[in-house]
Design a protein around this ligand. Structure first.
Ligand SMILES: [Zn+2]
Length: 147
């Protein structure tokens, strides 16, 4: 299943539940191959080195349930300008998503409007994925990721 507005709305809904308007916050939602959606928020901590991205919980839920992620969205609230931004996955989350292959779709902001999303595959976001060097030029399989 592909990235769609329903997935973006799920992330926004969770963000609004967890952090009422007027507070900073964010959330993520992932689409599963079976059509399901998992959502999560990041773990904040005064020690920033132990904080987690909003996507992490949903990724771990999917992995725990042995379900396949096909799309991922992350959003955050821009308090200064009163808007919701689409956040592309950070480098670490791109690494985490690599487990599910190069065709996983992620939301990225439109070039002229950071509040609107476009879908890109993980391979498009990370065309020089390092793991290709260890899998004979192919995207590493889940089994190769699990070694
Ligand atoms: Zn991240």
């Amino acid at each position: 299943m592909k990235l769609d507005q329903t997935l973006v709305d799920a992330a926004v809904e969770l963000m609004n539940q967890r952090w009422p308007t007027g507070e900073p916050g964010g959330a993520a939602a992932v689409r599963l191959a079976d059509g399901g959606i998992l959502t999560s928020v990041g773990l904040d901590n005064m020690n920033g080195s132990v904080a987690l991205c909003h996507e992490t919980g949903a990724f771990i839920q999917a992995y725990t349930q042995d379900r396949t992620i096909t799309a991922s969205v992350c959003v955050c609230r821009d308090l200064e300008r009163g808007r919701i931004l689409i956040l592309p996955p950070c480098g670490v989350c791109q690494e985490r998503l690599a487990l599910w292959g190069p065709s996983v779709e992620v939301a990225v902001p439109q070039e002229d409007d950071a509040t609107r999303w476009e879908a890109r595959t993980l391979a498009e976001v990370n065309p020089y994925y390092w793991g290709l060097q260890f899998a004979e030029g192919q995207w590493p399989s889940e089994a190769q990721h699990s070694k």
